[in-house]
Design a binder for this molecule. Structure first.
Ligand SMILES: NC(=O)c1ccc[n+]([C@@H]2O[C@H](COP(=O)([O-])OP(=O)(O)OC[C@H]3O[C@@H](n4cnc5c(N)ncnc54)[C@H](OP(=O)(O)O)[C@@H]3O)[C@@H](O)[C@H]2O)c1
Length: 445
């Protein structure tokens, strides 16, 4: 592994030299264990502690298949799916691995008693499998997390519609929170040259998701002037949704839960911010009864900020706790676009507000390769910036996931894998310098 790291750090190692580097037989990886999936039985969701379930193990390097690449991972990031995996909710991810393993002799590799997790990476291609022409050893890359088989016609308009669509490192094995990762080469994209490894690793999953959800025609197809209500606007998804709204000439109304988070949104350029904690919204009077008066109070606050207008688009992901309010506050003819249910997936809303006011609910999930590529291109060009707040060592991935589970973080939380320290991997210093304050906006707040 040391030779690999030296070759990467040199910055000018030739592709052939990368291709002839000896591969180790084992690598260090963050895992969950199949024999521990019952460890949190009887424990509330909040008390389930990723620090207990995430392990740093030495695991064998998987064999490389056609259309795949083995990547040396310099840095990765925590996603909320890391949290779901580590608390074994809504189901242990081994169910996904077993199902994938039944598909073919090649996918059988994924069905193991341990799951190497992680759905983001920045690193360097070490080997490519048969049939790979576009990528070669030495390429500095980031990987998006869409894994597809594309044997079915259904996936050929929009690859997210492939019946065998999976999220790499969540529904497949050999993910990015590790020193090496196995990806399909149609997950690879160029690493933004002006970013360090940890900065480059953090946008991938959430940036692509926010792009599809808000900008793409497959999502809300946001346009100039739209009022966009962004829940969790300084969080993983929200920090990118806010940037897209601002870049696209829309008007974000950012919802956050503290004055520091409100300040970050303002620093990104948002002018309209709601601190949901300070204003004390209680959309539910008790666990089974919503309070429409609170929806109205929230809607009135939005109108106060916007000069009387309602949101054209509501960027939803908290789910059960907020969904009734989101449907209520969307404007007549407006769109609620949802990609998640952090607070519970059985949503309840008053359908009269939806149908009488001709509103729409759109389901959105990750992004196809093209959408992920377009989202990454904007990062490469310095139009969208990483929202990395802090990084952890690979051995501290449990603590990093704990922070995200407890909502103690801002923006994105990074993890150094092979990178020995922060700040390495910048190849275009001039471009970085131009955008440095925006790139570092979330650091240590
Ligand atoms: N379908 C997909 O492809 C996809 C992709 C990415 C993420 N997701 C899902 O989307 C969700 C959010 O992911 P993320 O990366 O943005 O997580 P995150 O970094 O934790 O940010 C989410 C933000 O939402 C806000 N929030 C949390 N619970 C809330 C509640 N009950 N009411 C109102 N606001 C609440 C919090 O902000 P404040 O406390 O400041 O309000 C939090 O910072 C997760 O469930 C994740 O699994 C889905």
């Amino acid at each position: 592994m040391k030779e690999i790291l030296d070759a990467i750090n040199a910055g000018d190692t030739a592709p052939d030299a990368f291709g002839s580097l000896a591969l180790p037989t084992e690598y260090r990886a963050v895992t969950v264990h199949a024999d521990e999936t019952a460890m949190f039985e009887g424990v509330s969701t909040r008390e389930k502690d990723p620090r207990r379930s995430l392990h740093l193990d030495s695991v064998p390097v998987p064999p490389l298949g056609p259309g795949e690449a083995l990547v040396a991972v310099m840095a990765s990031a925590i996603n909320y799916n890391t949290v779901w995996t580590s608390i074994f909710e809504p189901v242990p991810t081994f169910a996904f691995l077993r199902k994938y393993g039944r598909l073919s002799s090649l996918t059988k590799r994924h069905d193991l008693p341990y799951h190497v997790i992680g759905s983001d990476l920045a690193g360097v291609v070490l080997r490519t499998g048969p049939g790979v022409n576009r990528w070669r050893p030495g390429d500095e890359v980031v990987a998006h997390c869409l894994s597809v088989e594309l044997e079915d016609a259904a996936g050929h308009d929009d690859t997210m519609l492939d019946p065998e669509q999976r999220i790499w490192g969540f529904e497949t094995n050999f993910g990015g929170l590790a020193e090496l990762a196995l990806v399909k080469t149609n997950q690879l994209m160029p690493k933004p040259a002006h970013l360090s490894w940890e900065e480059a690793a953090c946008p991938g999953l959430v940036n692509s998701t926010a792009y599809r959800q808000l900008v793409s025609k497959n999502g809300a197809a946001m346009k100039q002037g739209d009022i966009v209500l962004v829940w969790g606007a300084s969080g993983g998804l929200g920090s990118y949704a806010t940037q897209y709204a601002l870049n696209g000439g829309a008007i974000p109304v950012c919802v956050v839960s503290s004055p520091q988070k409100a300040d970050i949104c303002r620093a990104m350029g948002a002018e309209l911010v709601v601190d949901r904690t300070a204003e004390g919204y209680r959309f539910w009077s008790d666990p089974s009864t919503q309070n429409p008066k609170e929806w109205q109070r929230f809607g009135a606050r939005i109108r106060e900020l916007t000069g009387g207008e309602d949101p054209d688009i509501v960027f939803e992901h908290p789910g059960r706790e907020t969904f009734g309010a989101s449907v209520y506050v969307a404007r007549r003819g407006g769109t609620v676009v949802t990609c998640a249910s952090t607070s519970g997936y059985l949503h309840e809303y008053d359908n009269r507000y939806l149908w009488m006011n001709l509103k729409r609910i759109i389901g959105s999930h990750f992004a196809n390769y093209r959408e992920a590529w377009e989202a990454n291109r904007l990062v490469q060009k310095g139009r969208v910036h990483p929202t990395l707040s802090r990084t952890y060592a690979l051995a501290e991935a449990g603590q990093a996931a704990f922070d995200v589970h407890r909502n103690l973080h801002q923006g994105k939380v990074g993890v150094l894998c092979l990178a020995p320290e922060e700040g390495l991997g910048v190849r275009d210093s001039a471009l970085r310098e131009r955008y440095r304050s925006a790139i570092e906006r979330f650091r240590n707040v």
